[in-house]
Design a protein around this ligand. Structure first.
Ligand SMILES: *Cc1c(COP(=O)(O)O)cnc(C)c1O
Ligand SMILES: *[C@@H]1O[C@H](CO)[C@@H](O)[C@H](O)[C@H]1NC(C)=O
Length: 375
């Protein structure tokens, strides 16, 4: 056919070029996204925080020194990777985490996704990886959420957790940046972290092990930071605590953060949180809570916070995408325990949790311009 009608084939490929190039979306779909509106067989009432497989994941690759091209939505499933991939051997990888909420009117909301994109770019620079641009990241997140739309819990029943990954997928043997990189996004419906209202967690201050050190990678969401906290976390859980609160590795007296959450200390009308100095993960919930608290008249300070201030606080709470705001019921430090908020949840924690979750779910006016509606 190519021999007999060469001009027809040229015309066809030109038409195909027109069709594909005029499509401004950052995504190709390998198979029709046909399942979008079908319902799923899930009991939304009992939905927890474990992985639920959905229909599609987003994937794109590029070489070292290159840039990511238009990605693809492919059926969710295993990926093939060389045993000598950079990510498997040397931990060259980053992750992100954000959520999409379904609003009562049916629309879908994302919360500050460009902040996750910017954080991935900063992390990629630290880990010698190419990164998707902010707009490419945000477009890819939107496309992945829309393709898995039927997995977004109904309003009030939870959210669609979005997990972008950036990894050195190319093969290396000697220590060096991988020759190829993969940017992938998968999603999973998750229930509300606290089903029956906020419930306080009990933390133990870790004095022997540290999460990060100056000059290290504590401020980036690199995968290696998380396997490293499992030991202290498991030991704490075995002793009945919810998680570990880390101290700075130099003076061993200033607060850093919990394994995957930032920490805040409330005293009267003052709220303080450890300043971002390279060893603490710059949480987007942390940044948002600082602004929300200030808008509500609290005096918020980012500074070095001592264990003494922690033990003397009226209230303590943690922040992160999964929990949003998690009140702390007690802190144990060197065998001594201090309780907060009586037996219930501190008023400030409750107030900030309500304010931020209402914003994220589209239930209050978004004066900050933080919420993006998709679709
Ligand atoms: C992700 C993360 C946080 C919270 O960041 P958010 O952007 O609020 O989800 C805090 N600490 C660590 C170590 C984290 O990995
Ligand atoms: C709040 O902070 C101010 C200074 O920033 C201080 O003068 C005041 O005593 C603090 N209040 C409490 C209750 O700690």
């Amino acid at each position: 056919m190519a021999v007999i009608y060469p001009h027809v084939e040229t015309l066809l490929s030109f038409l195909f070029f027109l069709l594909t190039s005029s499509n401004a979306s950052a995504v190709r779909t390998s198979s029709a996204v046909s399942t979008r509106s079908e319902s799923v067989d899930i009991d939304w009432e009992t939905l927890g925080f474990g992985l639920v497989h959905t229909d599609y994941m987003y994937i794109t690759k590029c070489s070292q020194g290159g840039s990511f091209s238009e990605g693809e939505l492919v059926p969710f499933g295993y990926i093939e990777i060389s045993p000598s991939a950079g990510v498997l051997n040397y931990g060259q990888g980053l992750f992100e985490g954000l959520k999409a909420y379904r609003k009562v009117d049916g629309s879908i909301l994302l919360f500050r996704p460009e902040e996750n994109a910017a954080r991935m770019m900063m992390g990629a620079e630290r880990m010698c990886m190419p990164s998707p641009s902010v707009s490419q990241f945000v477009e890819a997140v939107k496309a992945t959420v829309l393709a898995n739309e039927r997995w977004i819990p109904p309003p009030g029943k939870g959210s669609l957790y979005i997990r972008p990954l950036l990894m050195g997928s190319g093969s290396v043997l000697g220590l060096a940046p991988a020759p190829e990189y993969t940017f992938l996004i998968y999603v999973s419906p998750v229930g509300n972290y606290f089903k029956e209202g906020l419930s306080p967690i009990n933390l133990i201050v870790e004095t022997a092990m540290h999460r990060a050190s100056p000059g290290g990678t504590g401020s980036v969401k690199t995968i290696g930071n998380y396997a490293a906290v499992l030991k202290a976390q498991s030991a704490a859980k075995a002793r009945g605590y919810s998680d570990v609160l880390y101290l700075d590795s130099v003076h061993k007296k200033y607060l850093e953060e919990v394994s995957s959450c930032n920490v805040f200390v409330v005293k009267g009308n003052n709220i303080s949180t450890p300043a971002i100095k390279g060893t603490i993960l710059p949480g987007i919930t942390r940044k948002s809570i600082i602004d929300v608290a200030r808008s509500q008249g609290f005096q918020v300070e980012e500074k070095a916070v001592t264990v003494d201030e922690l033990l003397d606080a009226d209230e303590v709470f943690c922040t992160g995408t999964a929990v949003v705001v998690s009140p702390v019921g007690s802190i144990t430090y060197l065998g001594k325990s201090v309780s907060y908020g009586g037996s219930g949840v501190g008023l400030v924690s409750q107030q900030l949790y309500t304010a931020l979750t209402r914003l994220q779910m589209g239930l209050s006016e978004d004066k900050m311009g933080w919420v993006i509606e998709i679709k």
